[in-house]
Ligand binder design. Structure first.
Ligand code: ATP
Length: 352
């Protein structure tokens, strides 16, 4: 399948209200050619409304959507050369896989021989050539998902729009398809906007993530930016940061947790006194007492197969979650005196 010429998408101050509900409240984002941008956020934050404004199924009240510099708001959805992949794939039950995939090309009047060649290519791309004659009811969930994907890419869209694309799959299949979808997107190089409420999916599949809250974008960054350096408590909590530790920023810029300055960690400009250190459990190392930054005591141990999860009591009643890869040595024990050291590069100092 020839990679469609990928486009640059600009979403410029897009707004949409439904009665008194401000579903989207001035969202601006630029998506570079070939990039995967994911809109991540909880239910009701406006992600789907933004996606549908790009597809043309929703008309925004304000703002603009541009592809390669030209507004597409006046262009009918079917003329926008975008392809949307929905969570519910809505395959035609009475048609074979091959006919489902070719449907859009037939509607667009693509000559028969050319359409047939493109359909075969798309089937090969998602590895379902051998299922071409089956009907959707004779397929597994993952196979149906591939058909929907083939149907989306066969039209060679300049923009691929994915709405919770793996939402209907069970966990194992979901993880497998995440890898496949990422490989496929790389191969096609098509500019992609995805919507999900699943932070893991966003991290695995995206080049950049826009975290949304109440109709607005709260942070835009690479997956590691968002994962390691959430800009607000809301993002930290929503993306599953386990530790939000009460802290103090000193006048000299040091950051204290439990009354002890954390080595290597500096308060950002403008942070005074009370603060919060956001740090993931796996970004903290655990050592025997005296070998790390903060003294503590293990209060809970849980072996999770590949890793071990600890609770460590630090300072005056603070509980710190620590996850370590399980190595040869036996894990620390409940009640054991330990020291913990958060990796400074993976800590974020937030306003209290
Ligand atoms: P979800 O993950 O649940 O789909 P979302 O983040 O995609 O949520 P939207 O579907 O964009 O959110 O909805 C944003 C807000 O707009 C919600 O409060 C929703 O109830 C409201 N909304 C969306 N579509 C309509 C509509 N057609 N009529 C009225 N209100 C709507």
């Amino acid at each position: 399948m020839s990679a469609a010429r990928s486009c640059r998408l600009e979403i410029d101050a897009v707004a949409k209200s439904y009665g008194s509900v401000r579903a989207v409240d001035g969202v601006s984002l630029a998506v570079e050619p070939g990039e995967v941008m994911t809109l991540l956020g909880p239910s009701g934050c406006g992600k789907t409304t933004v996606l549908q404004s790009i597809a043309g199924f929703v008309v925004p009240d304000g703002g603009d959507v541009r592809i390669d510099g030209a507004s597409i708001l006046g262009v009918a959805p079917e003329k926008r050369r975008t392809a949307m992949l929905f969570q519910q794939y809505a395959l035609f039950p009475h048609m074979s896989v091959r006919d489902n995939v070719g449907f859009g090309l037939r509607m667009a009047g693509v000559p028969k021989a050319q359409a047939a060649r493109r359909v075969e290519e798309a089937l090969r791309l998602v590895r379902i050539e051998s299922l071409a004659a089956r009907r959707p009811a004779q397929l597994s969930g993952g196979q149906r998902q591939r058909v929907a994907l083939a149907r989306a890419v066969v039209t060679e869209p300049r923009l691929l729009l994915l709405d919770e694309p793996l939402g209907a799959l069970d966990q194992n299949l979901r993880e497998e398809m995440q890898v496949e979808l990422r490989k496929l997107q790389r191969k096609l190089g098509v500019t992609t906007v995805m919507v999900t409420h699943d932070q893991r999916e966003a991290i695995v599949l995206s080049d950049r993530i826009a975290v949304m809250k109440d109709g607005r974008v709260e942070q835009v960054g690479t997956p590691t930016d968002i994962y390691d350096h959430p800009r607000t408590r809301y993002i930290a909590t929503f993306t599953g940061v386990e530790n939000l530790l009460p802290a103090r920023c000193r006048a000299d810029g040091a950051v204290e947790v439990g009354g002890i300055a954390l080595p290597g960690l500096r308060a950002p400009e403008g942070h005074h006194a009370d603060a919060t250190v956001a740090v993931r459990s796996e970004a903290i190392s655990l050592r025997p007492r005296g070998e790390g930054a903060l003294p503590g005591t293990v209060t809970f141990v849980q072996v999770l197969g590949a890793s071990v999860r600890y609770d460590v009591a630090v300072g005056d009643g603070m509980n710190v979650a620590v996850t370590e890869v399980r190595r040869d040595s036996p894990p620390f024990e409940n009640g054991q005196p330990v020291s913990i050291s958060p990796a400074p590069a993976r800590c974020t100092v937030l306003a209290a």
